[in-house]
Design a protein around this ligand. Sequence first.
Ligand code: ADP
Ligand code: MG
Length: 366
Amino acid sequence: MKIVLKNLSKIFPAMGKKNKDVVVAVDNLDIEIPDGKLVGLLGPSGCGKSTTLYMISGLQKPTMGQVFFGDDDVTMLEPEHRGVGLVFQNYALYPHLTVKQNIMFPLQNLKGAEKLSKEEMLRRAQEAADLVQIGDLMERKPSALSGGQQQRVAIARALAKAPRVLLLDEPLSNLDARLRLQTREEIKRIQRETGVTTVFVTHDQEEAMSISDVIVVMKNGVMQQVGEPQKVYDDPGNLFVAQFLGTPPINVFNGKISGGDLYIGDEKIMEVHAEGADRPVTVGIRPEGFIPSEEGVLSGKLRTVEVMGRDCSVVFTNESSQKPSVRAIVDSDIGARFDSTGLVRFNLKRNKVFLFEAETGERIRF
Ligand code: ADP
Ligand code: MG
């Protein structure tokens, strides 16, 4: 089921004396979510991810704009008639019901033509439980399950309804690091097996990058960029996206374009063919874009070398860096050659260097 969001906005009214301003939680969102794909909705806390998800589910009505499932305008349709499965961060299981009863709960509420026989409900509950690999825990109460198992029950409950659309709101946030990794692989597998169109909300860029077919990056309710994770990483449309994706994050410098060359401080970095006048620019350099070289174009003062097995971080300072230190990732055998003091120099991989307008953060092609 393809999902289309058309000029979708949500404005919350001002609340009382202290909050005099309305909140534009989602601002004119225009997105097409392809059928059968897993889409990661990504952005910092408060950027409107959950609100977007709730408008897709029907739990919240948009202030403006429309939601389509396929060709159907579902904007005004009640949540229970949309065929969506929703999973929240805090599993929201009924503590007094067993796993089986929890999974069957939404099926028991189906009315009229959708009503299911007891056998059919049991069959669907077992099938969903098997899919998320908790099929042998059906008689347990939630209190006798680990966090990861509880989240699987919540996912099974959403899947048992055979939803047209699966919506996951930060489903892994309450799990510890290892379980989070395992469960996200699991979600990817389940999504592939069922082929259900899935929207996965997270503030964690690594999680979104690793799990999604397509990511949508949001900031302050406004969509910044849509695309395959690697493409967005390799070709960010603005400084915000460049900074939000990637660990360690991209290094940011104050630079300038002058006479067809890019400068950081007084060092001439590379020739650029950018449109427009000579001007100050913001320069982003990915940590993997540095090549140590004695004749390198960019210099810095070495702070420390952190060896991490396969590769290592060379941490150095540069007066034009917007952060106190710059981080380059290089092979560990190269990193070992740095001594603990003195000057370091790097050449730069051209495709790892990005230029942005100093004022707006818009990308400058060169
Ligand atoms: P996210 O899920 O990305 O963290 P949300 O969609 O929850 O962000 O919230 C987006 C913005 O809307 C935030 O500024 C939040 O405070 C505000 N907001 C969310 N729900 C409400 C509400 N019911 N009433 C007023 N403001 C809200
Ligand atoms: Mg949220």
